[in-house]
Each structure stands twice: as C-alpha cells, then as structure tokens.
Ligand binder design. Sequence first.
Ligand code: NAP
Length: 244
Amino acid sequence: MESRNIVLITGVSRKEGLGYETARQLAGDGYKVIITARDYKKAEALATGLQQENLDVLSMGLDISNAESVAQCAQEVAGRFGRLDVLINNAGVMTDLTSSVVTADLDVVWSNFDSNLLGPWRVTQSFLPLLKKSHQPRIVNVTSGMGTYDDPVFGFNHFPGVLSTYALTKLAFNALTVKAAKELKDERILVNAVCPGFTATYDGLKEQGARPVQDGAKSIVWAATLPADGPTGGFFRDGIALPW
Ligand SMILES: NC(=O)c1ccc[n+]([C@@H]2O[C@H](COP(=O)([O-])OP(=O)(O)OC[C@H]3O[C@@H](n4cnc5c(N)ncnc54)[C@H](OP(=O)(O)O)[C@@H]3O)[C@@H](O)[C@H]2O)c1
C-alpha cells in the first residue's frame, strides 16, 4: 500500500502553469503527485522533468469535459492505489476574453461552463469513492477573485472590465464548493475554494502586476495540506478566508 499521501491535479499541461508548480511544491513536501492533462503527452513530459528532480510524480490522461476520460482516470487510480487523498480541481479555461453579457456568444458561454463548472463537478463525483477511502481527504477548487462580489480589484462590485463569462463560471464554482462542503462534511472531506491571486502564468502578466507562480501555487498547497480540524466550504487566498 502507498504510504505517501496521494494527490491528483487536473490541468497540468504547461510548465508555466499553477498546476505544475503546485505539483512541484507538494512533491517536495513528500506527496505522491499525479499530474493530469487532456493531452497525455504534455503531462508525461512534465512528469519526466519532475522525476529527474527526484520528485515522486506520475502522469495520467484526463479530459475533465469527457465523462469517459474522467471515469477511465478514476479507474486507473483505483487500480494502482485504491484511494485518493487530495483532489485539486485546477483545470479551467478563459477563452472568452472580450465577452460582455450583452455580446457574449452563448455557445461559447456554455462550453466555458462545461470546462469551469461541470468539468470539476464531474471529476469530483468520479473520484469521491476513492476520496472516501482516504484518512484525511481534501478537495481544492481553484476558483478566482473574479468569481466573487467583494474582491476589491476583480469582484463583480468593483471590476470595471467585462470577462463576464469567466467571472460567472467561477462564481458558480465557488457556490458548488459551499454545497459540496456541506454534503461531504459527515464524510470528513474538507472542500475549499482557493484563489491563487493574479499570477504570472502567461507572458505579459508580470508587467501587469501579476505575482510569481510560486506564490499563487502556495495558496493552493495551503488548502491541500489542511489539518483534520481545518476549515471547509470557504474561499481563501494565501490561507486567509475572504468574503465573496
Ligand atoms: N493565472 C491567474 O492569474 C489565475 C487567477 C485566478 C484563478 N486562476 C485559475 O487557475 C487555474 C490554472 O490557471 P493557469 O493560470 O495556471 O493557466 P493554465 O496553465 O492555462 O491552466 C489551465 C489548465 O487547464 C487545462 N484544461 C482546460 N480545459 C481542460 C479540460 N477539458 N481537461 C483537462 N484540462 C483542461 C489546460 O490544458 P490545455 O493546455 O490542454 O488547454 C491548462 O493546463 C485555472 O482554473 C484558472 O482559472 C488563475
């Protein structure tokens, strides 16, 4: 039986991304980390690099929008390890950069909801039986200050720009977190939403004030490594509970 805590992270296809850095930090803390991507070869290449740093990381294919792919991945984890300790729903899209409520293409809106809300919901449902077999199960949902009313920069009450589609998907994901936390409380599964903060995962973002990916990932790692008496159903950045 695997003695290390096992964590699975969705959406790890880029070295610059939050998922990759979260994997690096958790593996450095002694976790066995399964990194997944819809393009398996990308996850495999990233895992190989991390293994060369002597980190306990392996890769699997997982397209969160494809029920068959999600079921297959859950089956693979069940077959190899029989349990999962931490699920990090990191995968997400922001494909609708100019959308306003007035002009949005609703087919695009629908596909963004499929990726950012139904995707992690589907993954959560499929991995629940494995999480229930863990001594200390955790679910971390990577949402955003954009999916809040009160974030002073990006919240609905303050952000001057559009990005309506992304904001609405993340607002719904925050709400899903609260509902899941309540339903799973008796199972001892801590379910929290985390905003990594505005993070420089793409060229040009640093110049706009985004912080280093190491800092954004730390926010996610905090929720993944909560003690048994840690919070559930909250929305956090850097370990601080924020109103939303
Ligand atoms: N960077 C920020 O400032 C910031 C702020 C707040 C929240 N976030 C959130 O943090 C998370 C990570 O973002 P990031 O900045 O690190 O960007 P990123 O590297 O683009 O991460 C998003 C990942 O999701 C994957 N993905 C999309 N659809 C998928 C699907 N159907 N199945 C599996 N994987 C899928 C992408 O893979 P492909 O390469 O295959 O598309 C990519 O690996 C996202 O949820 C994002 O909304 C980021």
